[in-house]
Ligand binder design. Sequence first.
Ligand SMILES: Nc1ncnc2c1ncn2[C@@H]1O[C@H](COP(=O)(O)OP(=O)(O)OP(=O)(O)O)[C@@H](O)[C@H]1O
Length: 206
Amino acid sequence: MTALCVEGLSVARGGVPLLEGLSFALAAGGALVLRGPNGIGKTTLLRVLAGLAPPLAGRIAMPPDSAAYAGHADGIKATLTVEENLRFWAALYEQRWNGEVLEAFGLQGLRGRPAATLSAGQARRLGLARLAVIGRPILLLDEPTVSLDAASVKRFGDWLRERHLDRGGIAVLATHVELGIEAPQLDLAAFRARPAAAGASDAPFL
Ligand SMILES: Nc1ncnc2c1ncn2[C@@H]1O[C@H](COP(=O)(O)OP(=O)(O)OP(=O)(O)O)[C@@H](O)[C@H]1O
């Protein structure tokens, strides 16, 4: 059964430690909402969990090839249509194509449109629909509802609850928006990295 376990994790950005001593565990069906002010390190943490950047310290345990990160860049191929993009991703991840995803993300009327012509919210819906076709059980979601209207937020929340979490998926989300899922919140302010202790630098040699 899929699980995500984080122990004593510290992360840095641009060489600057941001968060330290993070531990949490999620079993199948579990979700966690990351909270904290701008710049605390939510994106950095999600990228480290996704394996896109190395941790400073600590351990991340999950089954191999089980996570997908969805960040600010939607990763959409502009010259392909909406449906071609989704079929491309499904094939890349060796998943069976199922056209139901178009309806689940409100894309059926846009299936033949070149992705380059989508509005910001429509492109975001396509980027989120990617998550539904690649079949990864652990979703790492960075502000997934940016640019979405209220109906699209609800549609995504419903999909996440009914089609992902209720089927044993896991999600870690940075979001300020209510998605209608039951999830504990982790306030990252409590894990802000302390400045290096006095005397720890090599200033005497400068
Ligand atoms: N390329 C970079 N090089 C150095 N520092 C960076 C870089 N990108 C971001 N930072 C800094 O790293 C810190 C953490 O950024 P991060 O994007 O993880 O925060 P966040 O909690 O996701 O913020 P927000 O809520 O604004 O999206 C911030 O202080 C930011 O200014």
